[in-house]
Design a protein around this ligand. Structure first.
Ligand code: NAP
Length: 277
């Protein structure tokens, strides 16, 4: 393969990408990069106005973007979104499941012991991360199975490899996302088409709305003890920048990874490689 062919692997012109949680920090970064690589991108979120902050970047093309309401926990809204995208861009051939996150009510603290964590908070985090990944895979994966091609990218976490303190629901849920990624990769290849691939990225620590309250002090912006521990445990010594996920994301979505399915790639500044000693 020559260099020109190599660079064409990252030309996403004509591809239709749906990103759940696409108005969020990481999903939004992926949406902008994919539009920049020529894709038609549908940003799915339960609050479409969150995507307003992305409009300037999305408008630069060469691909196009639309913002579509969808709640990953309400199947009918996913079907409606699928229909809207199909009418606008054609069938979805690439799905990124970026909706997910933790919740303070499912987080142990000095004021909230493990024994007092409410069942509904646990259920909320499980549902958002697992059901909220499985259901879009059902709704958009069906079309991929019918057409015999497609790519799915899930978002796991460092918490999936070894659980992180204080967030038992999120850790278990993300371990479930990694496990489901492997399961679906095998299922799609064996039951539907060899060219449907399912992978995941496991981001290290990127400061976003969902973890800011754990990693930085709300009043001062200084690192919390937990934030400091993370930095000390990250050989590269800093939080990630969302743009630093893009190389791995584009690789996993592109034909450059045509023989890669069922893997979870850490993008973590070395966090998962470091024993702490
Ligand atoms: N940031 C990190 O360091 C990090 C590390 C590892 C993994 N991750 C994972 O990466 C993914 C993206 O996280 P992020 O940091 O970009 O967080 P984020 O900025 O909070 O983005 C998540 C987006 O999903 C949306 N969302 C929440 N519930 C939804 C639902 N039921 N239906 C549709 N959309 C929904 C959120 O909207 P609302 O704002 O309305 O809730 C938000 O726009 C998550 O799976 C997260 O667990 C993040």
């Amino acid at each position: 393969m020559n260099l020109e062919e190599m660079s064409q692997l990252y030309d996403f012109s004509g591809r239709t990408v749906a990103i759940t949680g696409g108005a969020g920090i990481l999903g939004g970064e992926m949406a902008c990069a994919l539009v920049g690589c020529g894709a038609n991108v549908a940003i799915l979120d339960r609050d479409p106005s969150l995507a307003d902050r992305l409009m300037d970047r999305l408008g630069c093309g060469p691909g196009c973007a639309i913002v579509v309401y969808a709640d990953v926990l309400k199947r009918e809204t996913l079907f409606e979104a699928e229909e809207t995208i199909r009418k606008e861009f054609g069938p979805v051939d690439t799905l990124i499941n970026a909706a997910g996150g933790n919740n303070p009510k499912a987080t142990t603290s000095e004021d909230l012991s493990f024994f007092d964590l409410p069942g509904e908070a646990f259920r909320f985090v499980f549902d958002l991360n697992i059901v909220g990944t499985v259901m879009p895979c059902q709704v958009f994966g069906q079309g991929m199975a019918d057409r015999g091609e497609g790519v799915i990218l899930n978002i796991s976490s460092m918490a999936a490899f070894l659980p992180l303190t204080r967030i038992p629901a999120y850790s278990a849920a993300k371990a479930g996302v990694s496990n489901f990624t492997q399961w679906l990769a095998v299922h799609m290849a064996q039951e539907y088409a060899l060219s449907i691939r399912v992978n995941a990225v496991a981001p290290g620590f990127f400061l976003t709305a969902q973890n800011r309250f754990l990693l930085t002090d709300e009043a001062t912006g200084e690192l919390t003890p937990r934030g400091r521990t993370i930095i000390e445990h990250t050989p590269m010594g800093r939080f990630g920048d969302p743009a630093e996920l893009l190389g791995t994301v584009l690789w996993l979505l592109s034909p450059a990874s045509a023989f890669v399915t069922g893997i979870v790639v850490p993008v973590d500044g070395g966090f998962s490689a470091f024993s702490g000693v």
